[in-house]
Ligand binder design. Structure first.
Ligand code: HEC
Ligand code: HEC
Length: 505
């Protein structure tokens, strides 16, 4: 249901009642605030006993409408694929076309599906939505699944690509990962008929036992990623980074947050001494031909939605575009290079623009049950455990953003879009521009409570290793060690409240 329509449909009498109610609520809140003693939130003190009224905290002013006017009330399977309620009819048509492109299964060229052929030659999946199913979160293989369905493995040689190895790097020497000469920087585990796939990925797990301070046991699964069936020589010396597909709602709003606001939160030398630094990634944008702030991807390794979309079309589906005009076939892959193409380029600028517009204008689901007592308690626990020093509750978009529907919005995304050292447990050991092997971008927490409804799973973190929200928190280390310890030390009621809060996002 549209929040805006809902408001417009009220009768004058209803509006007066509503205003009286609002006044009454405000007065009650003011009284409550006056009675509550100011509480100092010590990190690690997770007793959950100090409940300052949430109305007192401007940080939660937007709690119910995380995406500002792009918010929609929804809790079903389709929650991540809805248009912003503020689109005009022309924009809605563009959105619908972008939606269709996001869900298009690309076919092998040449084909009668004119405009939608050019898959591969090597690729991971045949559509954006194959990985971002219903615009949602991917997961690692389950049970006896042999293939990756909604994730991929980035690969590279040790070090970074700074032009010290000119033969391999060529023009791309801008500090990014060093591609393997025969396999590139991402393993393509599928290929069109007559072309060999590059190899196959297997993920197995070791269970690691642990216990909360109150004695309750838990177990975490640590993934081991191995590559098999190398088609072009051994997979020696490769750095591997397995990553699940991220959820899409709100990415346009995150793109519209002014760079200065993001950089202002960085504290690379931890001047304030809270153990949490936070660094901005700076990445090469091949479309703009310049280095820019990184915002997207698990390591903030991509600058813009345009770059992300063109790179995904190229790297994940095998579609050329004006940004990536040549097929993704390293010199050793001769069958790949000889395969027919779907035209030059396979993905037109117009199609690329429509997909970007679609991503930009997706609605953000409203919170569910935010007013419940347990959820409010959980929100206080979130504050007390300092989760918000990385998962920043509030950001604003720039007033001059295009399309205008994204401008001037107050958001509750729960991310600072910065890189944090998350410790050895989560490390992939693979640098990605300025991000080192232990650093990850703080993921936005909006919508994470809806993965179950949309994608039928509750896997979290960059490789989907966490089987639920509790495990996701337990994996936190490095700069987040104090938050993780506070969670381990907390009693069961406090832990449950925190999880209830996360599920309401
Ligand atoms: C093979 C699976 C796969 C396919 C196909 C795929 N993606 Fe992704 N997508 C991912 C993964 C994995 C990431 C995280 C990448 C990283 O960390 O480097 C991602 C990240 C993204 C992001 C960044 C989200 C964020 O919060 O930072 C966007 C936007 C995106 N993809 C859009 C697309 C579009 C558009 C397409 C189709 C052209 C597409 N993807 C196809 C797996 C896929
Ligand atoms: C030092 C910064 C930092 C702090 C403090 C922190 N987090 Fe995180 N959080 C991250 C990063 C970075 C990731 C991504 C790690 C990865 O995927 O390997 C993450 C991932 C998560 C995820 C999984 C999200 C997803 O999309 O899969 C949840 C849930 C989460 N954090 C909750 C919390 C809670 C609750 C707290 C407080 C108890 C907390 N975090 C404290 C940085 C932080």
């Amino acid at each position: 249901m549209r929040l805006i329509q809902q408001r417009a449909r009220r009768t004058p009498a209803q509006r007066i009642i509503k205003h009286r109610l609002t006044l009454a609520v405000l007065l009650t809140c003011a009284a409550a605030i006056a009675m509550v003693q100011p509480t100092t939130a010590a990190p690690g003190n997770a007793s959950g006993t100090a409940h300052a009224s949430i109305a007192a905290d401007t940080g939660t002013a937007n709690a119910i409408q995380p995406g500002g006017t792009l918010t929609r009330i929804t809790d079903n399977r389709n929650s991540f694929a809805l248009p912003a309620p503020t689109l005009d009819p022309k924009q809605l048509r563009d959105f619908n076309f972008g939606n269709r492109l996001f869900n298009t299964n690309w076919t092998v060229a040449p084909s009668s599906a004119n405009g939608f052929d050019g898959l591969g030659p090597t690729f991971n999946r045949v559509s954006c939505s194959a990985c971002h199913l219903r615009d949602g979160r991917g997961r690692p293989p389950q049970h006896d699944e042999k293939e990756l369905l909604s994730m991929l493995v980035r690969i590279s040689l040790p070090g970074t690509n700074r032009g010290d190895d000119a033969e391999i790097q060529g023009d791309d020497a801008h500090g990014g990962p060093r591609p393997h000469p025969d396999y590139g920087d991402q393993l393509n585990d599928r290929a069109i008929p007559g072309v060999p796939a590059e190899g196959r990925v297997e993920i197995t797990y070791d269970e690691i036992a642990g216990a909360f301070a109150d004695g309750t046991p838990y177990s975490l699964r640590k993934p081991r990623v191995t590559l098999h069936d190398p088609a072009f020589g051994p997979f020696d010396d490769l750095l591997l980074s397995a990553r699940v597909a991220q959820h899409m709602p709100g990415v346009g709003l995150l793109e519209a947050v002014p760079e200065a606001d993001i950089v202002a939160r960085a504290d690379p030398d931890d001047r304030d001494g809270d153990g949490i630094s936070g660094r901005a990634n700076r990445v090469w944008n091949p479309i703009m031909q310049r280095t820019e702030l990184g915002r997207f991807g698990w390591k903030a390794n991509v600058a813009t939605l345009q770059q992300q979309t063109a790179a995904a079309a190229h790297g994940d589906i095998g579609l050329t575009s004006s940004a990536f005009p040549t097929e993704n076939c390293p010199p050793a892959q001769t069958a790949c290079a000889a395969a027919p193409t779907g035209g030059a380029p396979e993905l037109s600028d117009r199609f690329l623009d429509r997909i970007v517009f679609y991503l930009q204008t997706l609605a953000v689901p409203a919170r569910r049950g935010a007013e419940r007592d347990e959820v409010r308690r959980g929100e206080n626990v979130f504050k007390e455990m300092n989760c918000g020093s990385c998962h920043a509750p509030i950001l604003r978009t720039a007033p001059d953003t295009m399309p205008v529907v994204l401008a001037d919005q107050t958001l509750a995304p729960y991310t600072d879009l910065l890189l944090h050292d998350m410790g050895e447990g989560l490390a992939d050991g693979r640098p990605d521009f300025l991000a080192d092997g232990r650093e990850w971008r703080t993921p936005p927490l909006w919508s994470i409570g809806l993965f179950k409804a949309v994608n039928d799973h509750t896997n979290y973190l960059h490789d989907g290793r966490a089987r639920n929200l509790e495990e996701a928190i337990l994996w936190h280390g490095g700069e987040a060690s104090a938050a993780q310890k506070a969670f381990i030390d907390a009693d069961a009621t406090t832990r449950r409240a925190l999880i209830a809060f996360l599920e309401s996002l």
